[in-house]
Design a protein around this ligand. Structure first.
Ligand code: AP5
Ligand code: MG
Ligand code: ZN
Length: 214
C-alpha cells in the first residue's frame, strides 16, 4: 500500500501516518522528520534546510526529491509506505510519479486530512515533540502521562522552532499557495480521499481504516 498524506501544517498528517504505519506494517517517511534529524546531526543538508524551515518556507524541490526517491527504493519499502509531508509542490508530485512509473508502481491513495485554518494555530502552540524519538503529543488533545516527559522513551519534550504563531501563519500561507494545488492534482488522477481532521484522533483513524480496509 503506497499512501500520501496531504493536509495543512498541523492537520494531523504525522499523527495519522504513524498509526497507519503501525497497523499496516509499512514505513512512515516524513520529510520534515528527515530534515529535523539532519539539523540535529549538523549535516550539510540540515544546515541548508534549516534556513528555509525556520522562516516557514519550503525547502527547494531539488533538496527533497532525490532524497525521497532514494528512500522509496529501499528494501523496506517493497510492500509500500506512507509519505508524510511529501509531495508538497506540483513539481515534487510529478517527480514522484515519474520515479514510480519507472519502478512499475503507482500511488494507491492520497489522503487529505481536512482542518480549517482557524483550528491550526491553536493546535500548533500545544504540540510537543520528543527530542529523542520524535514522538508527537499535544498538551490538551494528546497529553503524556508525566508532564514534559515522553511516554515511550522518557525523553524531554520541546516546542518545535517553527511552531511559533507568526511562523505557523507563514506556513499556512505557503501551504495554500504551493501545496493545496495537489488536491486537484490527485483528484484528477482519482487518488484523492478526504477525512475530517477536526474530530478525535482515534475517530480520524477509524475513517482512514474504513478507506484502506482492515
Ligand atoms: P513538516 O514537518 O512536514 O511540517 P508540516 O507540514 O508543517 O506539518 P506538521 O508536522 O506541523 O503537522 P502534522 O500535519 O504532521 O500534524 P501533527 O500530526 O504533528 O515540515 C516542516 C518543514 O520542513 C516545512 O515547513 C518545510 O520547510 C520543510 N519540508 C518538509 N517537507 C518538505 C517538502 N516535501 N518540500 C519542501 N519542504 C519541506 O499534529 C499537530 C498537533 O495536533 C499535534 O500536537 C497533535 O497531537 C495534535 N492533533 C493531531 N490530530 C488531532 C486531532 N484530530 N484532534 C486534536 N489534536 C490533534
Ligand atoms: Mg508532521
Ligand atoms: Zn521519546
Amino acid at each position: 500500500m503506497r499512501i500520501i498524506m496531504l493536509g495543512a501544517p498541523g492537520a494531523g498528517k504525522g499523527t495519522q501516518a504513524k498509526k497507519i504505519a503501525a497497523k499496516y506494517s509499512i514505513p512512515h517517511i516524513s520529510t520534515g522528520d528527515i530534515f529535523r534529524a539532519n539539523i540535529k546531526n549538523g549535516t550539510e543538508l540540515g544546515k541548508k534546510a534549516k534556513t528555509y524551515m525556520d522562516q516557514g518556507l519550503l525547502v527547494p524541490d531539488e533538496l527533497v526529491v532525490d532524497l525521497v526517491v532514494d528512500r522509496v527504493n529501499q528494501d523496506d519499502c517493497a510492500n509500500g509506505y506512507v509519505l508524510d509531508g511529501f509531495p508538497r509542490t506540483i513539481p515534487q508530485a510529478e517527480a514522484l510519479d515519474k520515479a514510480l512509473m519507472e519502478m512499475g508502481q503507482s500511488i494507491d491513495y492520497a489522503i487529505n486530512v481536512e482542518v480549517p485554518d482557524e483550528n491550526i494555530v491553536q493546535r500548533m502552540s500545544g504540540r510537543r515533540a520528543c527530542v529523542n524519538c520524535g514522538a508527537t503529543y499535544h498538551i490538551v488533545y494528546a497529553p503524556t502521562k508525566k508532564e514534559n516527559v515522553c511516554d515511550t522513551c522518557e525523553g524531554e519534550l520541546i516546542l518545535r522552532d517553527d511552531d511559533k504563531p507568526e511562523t505557523v501563519q507563514k506556513r499556512l500561507n505557503v501551504y495554500h499557495e504551493q501545496t493545496q494545488p495537489l488536491i486537484d492534482y490527485y483528484t484528477e488522477k482519482n487518488k484523492l480521499v478526504e477525512v475530517d481532521g477536526t474530530i478525535d484522533i482515534e475517530k480520524v483513524f477509524d475513517a482512514i481504516v474504513k478507506i484502506l480496509g482492515e
